[in-house]
Write a new protein. Structure first.
Length: 765
């Protein structure tokens, strides 16, 4: 039995230097500082070590065989080692745990790190590892595990900790109850569609026989048999499958606001009623084939419509899911002088247990669970979901932080000022729902005229009945019924998808997935195209753009930055590893044992070969020669982040980090301008960075604003939309509300899932 991952990860090994040490679990390179010479197996992180030990202790080393068979490569294990004690609290059980008839309990968790069939095999072996767990079933597509256990033998927190040790940190799904309700509604509607489809198919067969009899002749007894069989087969479709249309018509009449369900119901009942009458008297048209087919197709349309309307809710849920499900509550209150309690105690609680004024501990790497003020500590916070800016911001005592942002560097204590739906994220979620549920003007116009349409149809049917009455009641009723069936709006509803289908297909071939034909209508005349900057016009990631100064020190910079997890450090490492020569990379390995010290907001410091080396920002960089000052100013004007490298108190290198423009951005912007569209860019980045980007494109923008919040983006798009069509193009969570409110929202390839859900168009390339 193979018990080591390394033989299976030839691809990763081939990409590494020959002398590199590979992790025994995931096969990635082990940093030099983590190599334990006393242990045969080496690991790239504590998570991989934990998972490796758990697998071997429980005889589950076949996991590596399954992973080899699946052909997947993985990253470091995600075992967090966090406490799940709050999973045992009554509030948590009330929200997420269900009691089963046999006395057991069940729950569903969303798991991080699920990626292949080997993960499914491993998670479903949980009953073998944890006594008291009866069942563990993992849905690979949704990364959702369903658990059933005996609460008398094991607690939910113990089960969660066991799953965490396997490298799959569990989280309660935020919208599980709503998803279950949606699933039940979809199931009911699909059953209606199945019944209507079965009825329509069989009635069509009967109709084919009856139509054939018109030309070739048919015995009277067989004709009567087919008529009655058609009548009986139509009953389930008319009386049950189509009942939701009747309910809609009834409520519309009661509210004195008739809509399309009313003429649909009239058409169905009229066609069925006259067909039943003709069946009884044994002559005349029976219409059962038309009625059942219309019911079947209309139900399919209703199902598609419901799924489309649900996108707004899902986009909002994805925003809210960015907040953690639990928080680390600091017990006690602040003293009069603002000091923390002397006996600081922290426990994990469900997010719903937090109140205004609660003190919350946010560790490095955790998401902030509330909107609040920093009352202790200083750190850097990644506010990308709010601003789109990939560089963390320094926060200190008294600074405001928002739910969903990520604490990057050090521990913070935050005093909660808003929780749950009252947070800025919660408010933005509501704006997304409101914007997407708002109906388009053409829909409002259709609703306004639907009442007149219904009245006109009924008047025309009455006039037809009276006009033909002189020719006999039967003929008069047949003409009136024919009019009601022909004017049923279901025919229009079925024709519209066919009309736009070809256009949507051509768009898909060009890499544009359009979520509905109404989008084409909204694009019929030019208007204003609004772009986000980061990730839309640019690549959305920091890259090393320029190096100025003495490049002999670049290997030292690489050696120091490899020891930091900061976003700027990662960009420098990626850029330098691609830039340096083999000799320079060897020099970086030579000095890799040097330990760097990281100072918040200042950078990295170390002593290398007797020299004091600092890699950081302009503040405190040391002596700046004229060339260094000029370089830093020029880089800043171009929207780049200058990184200063000082040796013995003198700046020797200036590195420029930036977010490069997409290769095709300028050509696309010029084509849009030539087609008559006004161009605008709204970004959360600094205004100077936005201005630098506009100059780089060489295209005239009607509006270019930086420092714009998600709420301001939404307000501007709504205001402009009152005057002309507005197309919003974005990729981030902070764009979701504006994408929903725009005439047409376009999400670019590689964007956040919330923006993809909120947009009307998705660019796949």
């Amino acid at each position: 039995m193979t018990t080591d991952a390394r033989p299976y990860l030839d691809r990763g090994a081939a990409a590494c230097p020959a002398e590199a040490t590979l992790c025994a679990h995931c096969g990635l390179v082990v940093p030099a500082g983590l190599i334990d010479p006393e242990r045969e197996q080496q690991f790239c992180c504590h998570g991989c070590r934990t998972v490796y030990d758990v697998l071997h202790q429980n005889g589950l080393t076949a996991y590596y065989d399954y992973r080899r068979a699946d052909g997947s490569s993985v990253g470091p294990a995600l075992a967090s080692g966090r406490s799940y004690a709050h999973f045992d609290e009554a509030k948590f059980h009330e929200l997420y745990v269900r009691s089963e008839p046999d006395g057991s309990h069940s729950v569903r968790f969303l798991l991080e790190g699920v990626h292949c069939a080997a993960c499914v095999w491993l998670v479903e072996k949980l009953p073998r590892m944890v006594p008291g767990v009866f069942e563990s079933r993992l849905d690979l597509g949704k990364s959702m595990v369903a658990l059933r256990w005996d609460a008398g033998q094991v607690t939910l927190s113990q089960i969660a900790e066991a799953i965490d040790r396997l490298g799959y940190p569990p989280h309660p799904p935020q919208a599980d109850q709503r998803a279950e309700l949606d699933k039940k509604e979809d199931r009911k509607l699909l059953i209606r569609i199945a019944v209507a489809g079965a009825c329509a198919g069989n009635v069509m067969l009967m109709a084919a026989a009856l139509y054939g009899g018109l030309f070739q002749g048919m015995a009277a007894e067989y004709e009567a048999l087919f008529r009655w069989l058609s009548f009986l087969l139509t009953l389930p479709a008319v009386l049950w499958a189509a009942s939701l249309f009747y309910k809609g018509a009834f409520y519309a009449l009661r509210a004195r606001a008739p809509h399309m369900d009313l003429p649909i119901s009239i058409g169905i009942f009229t066609g069925f009623g006259w067909g039943a009458y003709n069946t009884l008297r044994g002559t005349g048209e029976i219409y059962f084939d038309s009625v059942t087919a219309l019911i079947f197709l209309l139900l399919i349309g209703r199902w598609v419509q419901r799924r489309h309307q649900r996108r707004a809710t899902r986009a909002a849920e994805l925003l809210y899911a960015m907040a953690p499900a639990s928080a680390r509550l600091v017990e006690g209150t602040l003293g009069e002088d603002g000091a923390l309690p002397s006996d600081l105690r922290v426990r994990e609680v469900p997010l719903e247990a937090l109140e205004l004024g609660s003190l919350v501990e946010v560790r490095a790497g955790d998401r902030v669970p509330v909107d609040g003020l920093v009352v202790d500590g200083a750190s850097e916070v990644d506010r990308a979901w709010l601003t789109g800016e990939s560089r963390p911001e320094l926060v200190e005592l008294g600074a405001v932080v928002h739910a969903g942002t990520v604490n990057v560097s050090s521990r913070l204590i935050v005093k909660a000022e808003r929780t749950g739906h009252a947070t800025r994220m919660g408010q933005l979620m509501e704006r997304v729902e409101e914007a997407q549920s708002r109906r388009a003007p053409i829909v409002l116009l259709a609703d306004r005229w639907s009442g007149f349409f219904v009245a006109a149809v009924l008047v025309l049917a009455s006039v037809t009945l009276l006009a033909w009455w002189a020719h006999g009641p039967t003929q008069a009723i047949e003409h009136a019924v024919a009019l009601l069936i022909v004017t049923c709006p279901c025919a229009l509803g079925m024709a519209t998808p066919l009309a736009v289908g070809a256009a949507l297909g051509r768009a898909a071939q060009s890499g544009l997935l359009i979520k509905g034909g109404d989008v084409l209508e909204r694009l019929q005349r030019p208007g204003r195209v609004v772009f986000d900057k980061t990730g839309t016009l640019t690549l959305g990631k920091l890259m090393l753009e320029e190096v100025r100064g003495d490049e002999r020190y670049l290997p030292w910079v690489l050696a120091l930055e490899r020891q930091s997890a900061h976003v700027i450090a990662r960009a420098l490492v990626a850029g330098l590893e691609a830039r340096l020569t083999p000799e320079q990379l060897e020099e970086a390995r030579r000095v890799a044992e040097v330990r760097a010290k990281e100072r918040l907001g200042a950078g990295l410091f170390a002593e290398i070969d007797g020299h004091e080396v600092r890699v950081g920002n302009l503040s405190g960089a040391g002596f700046l020669a004229e060339w260094a000052t000029r370089s830093a100013e020029e880089l800043a004007r171009r929207g780049h982040t200058p990184v200063m490298v000082s040796v013995d108190g003198r700046v020797e290198l200036v590195l420029g980090l930036g977010d490069p423009l997409r290769p095709d951005a300028t050509a696309t912007l010029k084509r849009l301008a030539e087609s008559g569209y006004e161009l605008a860019v709204l970004s959360g980045d600094h205004p100077a960075t936005v201005e630098a980007l506009v100059q780089q494109t060489g295209v005239d923008f009607a509006i270019a604003q930086g420092g714009v919040t998600p709420e301001q983006k939404l307000e501007l798009v709504e205001e402009w939309g009152k005057q002309q069509p507005v197309v919003m193009v974005g990729d981030g969570v902070n764009d979701a509300a504006a994408l929903s409110a725009a005439s047409v929202g376009v999400a670019v390839h590689g964007g956040a899932e919330a923006s993809l859900q909120a947009a009307d168009v998705f660019a796949t390339r």
